[in-house]
Design a protein around this ligand. Structure first.
Ligand SMILES: C[S@@+](CC[C@H](N)C(=O)[O-])C[C@H]1O[C@@H](n2cnc3c(N)ncnc32)[C@H](O)[C@@H]1O
Length: 385
């Protein structure tokens, strides 16, 4: 596909996304029915759509309108590319610019968040809001977690380099490698297929590093989903691992990922969690707004509603309270979100402490993109003596 044809396709895909369709679904379904598009075309179109979503308000300002075409035009203008060369009327490309479509207004940065989220985040992040918001406009780094069961960090780094994947150590965690070159080769690399590395943000890894996990502990990942945190725990601390999720289908990929990582996991249905317990550590990586990962999933920031956030917060409190039933007397309950919002983080823990006076807070910590990571929060709780 020509660069112009990629831009026109991105505009056509952005239209339904702006109308409410999930970006991932729109892109996947287009890729399935567009066999003519090669992997480079698909990657380029995905980047155009996601870049436009990351910068949606700024791009709309630069393109003088909120339509998919205006946003794409504005985004290309913001990137300093030659808009006229891409909107040139060539076959499959966007129609040429009409009078007034390329405004002579100055391009100015806008806040690329829904207003209500910006207000709340500004309050929560205080002085660092502007810098964090600016980072949310950018693509996230690609980070790998080295599976210490299979390799040390230098061994994994060297093996990756042999396959054309260059990395550097990430300061947030001793298991994290930031990919500096060859990110698109990861999923097909032998190093990845053999389970030496997994894709995982550095903040998640740093949160796992903090866990009080004595050797041989019985650990329940109560909201295990695809098992990312469970595999990180198991890679770091030998123990007996159990996985649970309210939606069993979310655990679908876990057995294969665990096999690749060389980890044994017992999957528990909801009705047997109590009888399989108690556990020395119960990890609750609860459903959340995902605001800490909006660089990776910028569609989500425009689709979050105050009502949905309210419901999510109620569910988080319910899960945390329920999980207390499964912890041994001396054990730990760990709460985690990939959110930047205090309402889902510190405030959630404050409320838990008020409602559960027999629990103490051992530590809490949050990361933001200023740490070179996704936004992430974790708190560790223990029954009072
Ligand atoms: C943030 S995701 C977990 C991601 C996973 N820990 C990982 O690292 O890949 C949250 C998970 O919580 C699950 N969940 C939702 N409600 C739940 C509940 N009441 N009890 C347990 N799990 C729940 C969701 O199905 C979802 O898979």
């Amino acid at each position: 596909m020509t660069p112009a044809a990629r831009v026109q396709t991105a505009i056509e895909l952005l239209e339904p996304i702006l109308d409410g369709a999930p970006a991932e679904r729109v892109l996947t379904s287009w890729a399935r029915r567009s066999r003519f598009a090669g992997s480079k075309d698909r990657a380029a179109i995905r980047d155009l759509v996601f870049d436009a979503l990351r910068l949606r308000n700024s791009a709309a300002q630069a393109g003088s309108g909120g339509t998919a075409r205006a946003i794409m035009l504005g985004m290309i203008r913001l990137n300093g590319e030659d808009v006229q060369a891409l909107f040139d009327g060539s076959p499959y490309g966007p129609a040429p610019l009409s009078d007034g479509e390329l405004p002579d207004t100055e391009v100015k940065a806008c806040i690329d968040l829904p207003d209500w989220v910006a207000t709340e985040l500004a309050k929560d992040l205080g002085d660092s809001f502007a810098e964090v918001e600016a980072l949310l406009k950018q693509r996230a780094p690609v980070i790998l977690r080295v599976n210490l069961r299979k390799a040390t960090l230098p061994q994994a780094k060297a093996a990756l380099a042999k396959e054309g994947i260059e990395t550097k150590a990430h300061p947030a965690s001793g298991t994290a490698l930031e990919v500096t070159e060859g990110a698109r080769k990861i999923r097909n690399s032998v190093v990845y297929k053999d389970g030496l590395v997994e894709l995982q943000d550095a903040a998640s890894q740093a949160a796992i590093d903090l866990l009080p996990l004595p050797e041989g502990a019985r650990v329940l990942d109560y909201c295990a989903g695809g098992g990312g945190k469970l595999l990180a725990m198991a890679g770091r601390f030998p123990g007996t691992y159990f996985a649970h999720d309210a939606i069993q289908s979310r655990l679908r990929d876990l057995p294969e990922r665990a096999r690749r990582a060389g980890v044994d996991v017992t999957v528990l249905q909801s009705d047997v969690v109590q009888s399989a317990g108690p556990f020395d550590l119960v990890f609750c990586d609860v459903p959340c707004s995902g605001s800490g990962t909006w660089r990776r999933d910028p569609d989500a920031k425009w689709k979050l509603t105050p009502e949905a956030l309210e419901e999510t917060c109620a569910l988080q409190a319910e899960i945390l309270s329920k999980a207390t039933d499964y912890v041994t007397d001396q054990g730990h309950l760990v709460y985690a979100t990939c959110s930047l919002l205090a309402r889902e983080n510190e405030q959630q823990i404050d409320r838990f402490m008020q409602d559960h006076p027999n629990w103490d807070l051992c530590y809490q910590h949050h990361w933001t993109p200023l740490d070179g990571c996704d936004g992430f929060f974790t708190a560790c709780l223990r029954r009072s003596n």
